[in-house]
Design a protein around this ligand. Structure first.
Ligand SMILES: [Zn+2]
Length: 55
């Protein structure tokens, strides 16, 4: 894997909800937490704790 210089855009990863297991595209916040993109900042189940998913 390279540095992704050719892909452009913001680095994006996947995060899994620690409660229900739903997977969202996430950004890493300045404090190092995972924040799902396109939501209010939490899972639809109400949890806001996500763990990184490696494919
Ligand atoms: Zn959830």
């Amino acid at each position: 894997m390279g540095n992704g210089d050719n892909s452009g855009g913001t680095p994006q990863t996947l995060g899994r909800c620690s409660e229900c297991g739903s997977v969202y595209p996430v950004q890493t916040t300045a404090s190092g937490e995972l924040r799902p993109i396109g939501t209010d900042g939490g899972c639809e189940c109400g949890n806001d704790d996500f763990e990184p998913v490696s494919e």
